[in-house]
Ligand binder design. Structure first.
Ligand code: WTA
Length: 657
């Protein structure tokens, strides 16, 4: 990874303390307080989580066992009955929060909308009734393929309300990728929009849904609900497609939240791994509700008058946990923005902060690097004095970007929470608690109370101070994924067997490399598997390789990441062609477009190199390490003795075919 080299962070010694004023008002006020909480949770995790679950959430019926751990399968709050939509909405209605802004939304063209808790509750109930009317029942999966508009959150909460697990698919994924996910989840209904705004253009969501469902390739889908957002002409298939506004207006606003079992599935979210197709990460209700609730409250140090803005898309886990469920469960005001900074309005994020007086701002390092490039004059021209806390997520942040964020956006007064976590973990795992833990640029600092994070070798032994190893977690936590949808064996293999279980003790393998420094701070180095992180988007190299070889001209493909100043990593594909095809610029373009068709624009390779052959070991494995060095323009070092045909390497070095 270009931005975060071992050398640069080993030299990073700066330490930033929260101001006394910030700490005094904070939820967790000092390092001592954090340490006490941490030790308490470590000594007796079940009591720690149970006390919080009791105090912080509404239960229709209390659990009888806090944790049932049959490694690697966990059940939390066994036999408890709970509904996360109730916790996000209904319980606030009986308080002064009834008319508090729950959701503030700003559309890219400049339109805006605010929904109070009472209004959001009403919309969610109506939509839940629309879903029921179309035959959606408890347990049925619902696909959500939406722009960043309030209806995305409304649809999620309505599903949760009636116990229909949702599977949100990021609007930037192609029709093919959408189809794969709908098939795997056996979705019964899809919620979408005619289109959405992004960077001054319309994303044609409904057209993509039509393509995904064409030729009845997803027979499980019976109905499609369409929200009118952009107003462009789309086709509506009679019997299958319905306008949201037609049905919503006539639906009753009375829809009690269904008491769900703690372990009933809340959602499936697909994410990329190192092998095969994206996997459906399954999260359940009770533990996820508690974990997102507590992490949001302590890490973002929520106060009741805060305006909180997370810039993620609801199509990713960050949007699920920290735009929708965590903030609303806490009764916060969560802000949602439809678009992205764009040539016609590169300062739009700062406009939004000024307009709404945003207090807490949570974004990705790749966005920060883009802001740096767009220029300091843009944020400097706005009043950002409302900000009191900043956050980052998605990839390691380079200390330079951290410092810029701290100085230019935070005015040197806002702590930064660099939050490490994953789709699989449900919520933030390693992070500063902003009033308590001094920060170091580039370090996610210390684990959240209750999280026994560690850096280990492949036998599961903790490595020494400042030694590199694998990021791992030693005890189950409430927000953890429960399984891979339809494939419990894959769940076991992917996360629990890289480090062989010992004496019944299982260690969660995160797939990231890390080290701990002399203060116990974690420094996350990036993925150790065949997953690459492009502009904060997680992509499997195998997925992109499969997309490439599905093109008739391609014989073999190998995809690696190369360091990129803005995106963190960029995609480089090495491709060999079928006999009757030869390299050309036209083919190069065609292959890039083909990947966009198969997966989506986020997977477009930055570079494709044609080659005569790929470097392989004698047993036929592609030597990715060599390709990574070549892609980065480095000297190929280390052991190449297993390389079957050395001339291949020579040719690749000279620029391939
Ligand atoms: C990376 C996003 C360093 C990491 C919430 C992880 C990070 C993957 C950080 C998960 C961070 C996320 N520092 N690396 N603060 N946050 N990552 O599932 O490689 O989209 O495994 O979840 O992002 O990506 P995912």
């Amino acid at each position: 990874m270009s931005q975060v080299t071992i050398e640069s962070i080993l030299q990073e010694k700066r330490l930033f303390h929260p101001s006394p004023e910030f700490s005094q008002k904070a939820r967790i006020k000092s390092l001592d307080e954090y340490r006490q909480l941490y030790e308490k949770a470590k000594a007796d995790p079940q009591t720690f989580w149970a006390e919080l679950a009791e105090k912080e959430l509404h239960w229709f019926q209390k659990w009888d066992t806090v944790l049932d751990w049959q490694p690697p399968f966990a059940r939390w709050f066994v036999n408890g009955k709970i509904n996360i939509s109730y916790n996000c909405l209904d319980r606030h209605l009986a308080t002064w929060r009834r008319n508090k802004a729950a959701l503030i939304w700003e559309g890219e063209p400049g339109d805006s909308r605010t929904l109070t808790y009472a209004q959001l509750h009403r919309e969610v109930c109506q939509f839940a009734n629309v879903l029921k009317q179309l035959g959606v029942q408890k347990g049925d999966r619902v696909g959500i393929y939406m722009p960043m508009i309030p209806e995305a959150a409304i649809a999620m909460l309505a599903c949760a309300r009636i116990g229909a697990p949702h599977s949100v698919v990021f609007g930037g994924f192609s029709a093919e990728a959408l189809r794969d996910r709908l098939i795997d989840a056996e979705a019964k209904l899809v919620v979408t929009a005619d289109g959405g705004w992004r960077k001054d253009a319309i994303v044609p969501l409904k057209d993509q849904v039509d393509k995904a469902l064409s030729n009845n390739t997803v027979p499980s889908v019976q109905n499609v609900l369409v929200i009118k957002r952009t107003g462009q002409t789309i086709s509506m298939q009679p019997g299958r497609d319905h306008w949201w506004h037609d049905l919503q207006a006539g639906a009753s606003a009375h829809c009690p939240a269904e008491p769900m079992d703690s372990e009933d599935m809340l959602f499936i979210l697909y994410t990329s791994g190192s092998t095969g197709k994206p996997k459906g990460v399954v999260h359940t209700t009770g533990g996820y509700n508690l974990y997102t609730h507590m992490t949001t409250q302590w890490i973002f140090d929520l106060r009741d008058d805060d305006v909180y803005w997370c810039t993620a898309d609801v199509g990713w886990i960050t949007g699920h946990s920290y735009i929708v469920y965590g903030p609303l469960s806490n009764g916060a005001t969560t802000l949602m923005y439809e678009g992205a900074p764009r040539p016609s309005n590169p300062g739009c994020f700062w406009d939004v902060i000024e307009k709404y007086g945003v207090n807490i701002f949570y974004t990705a390092p790749t966005a920060i690097r883009a802001f740096i490039k767009m220029g300091e004059h843009l944020p400097r021209a706005r009043d950002l004095s409302s900000l009191r806390l900043l956050g980052t997520v998605g990839e390691p942040i380079n200390p330079e970007a951290w410092m810029w964020y701290y100085k230019v956006i935070g005015g040197e007064r806002c702590p930064i929470v660099d939050t490490w976590w994953q789709t699989e973990t449900g919520g933030i795992m390693i992070t500063p608690l902003p009033g308590a833990i001094p920060t170091k640029p580039g370090s996610a600092t210390l684990p959240f109370p209750g999280i026994l994070a560690d850096v280990v070798d492949l036998e599961g032994n903790s490595v020494g101070t400042n030694e590199g190893g694998y990021l791992a977690v030693q005890h189950p936590w409430p927000g953890m994924m429960r399984t891979v949808y339809g494939d419990p064996d894959r769940f076991r293999r992917t996360y629990w067997e890289h480090i062989p279980p010992r004496d019944g003790h299982y260690t969660y393998f995160a797939g990231d490399g890390a080290r701990r420094d002399e203060d116990g701070y974690f420094w996350v180095m990036g993925r150790v598997d065949d997953v690459i992180n492009v502009a904060g988007h997680r992509l499997g190299t195998m997925e992109i390789e499969s997309a490439l070889v599905s093109h008739p001209a391609v014989a073999e493909a190998a995809v690696v990441g190369k360091p990129d100043e803005l995106k963190g990593q960029d995609i480089v594909a090495f491709v060999t062609l079928e006999g009757n095809h030869s390299p050309s610029d036209a083919l190069l373009k065609e292959l890039k477009e083909h990947v966009v068709q198969e997966i989506g624009a986020i997977a477009r390779p930055g570079e494709i190199r044609f080659a005569d052959a790929l470097p392989k070991t004698r047993s036929g494995k592609i030597m990715r390490r060599l390709l990574r060095s070549l892609a980065a323009g480095e000297e190929v070092s280390g052991d190449v003795s297993t390389l079957e045909d050395r001339s291949v390497l020579e040719k690749l070095r000279q620029g391939g075919a």
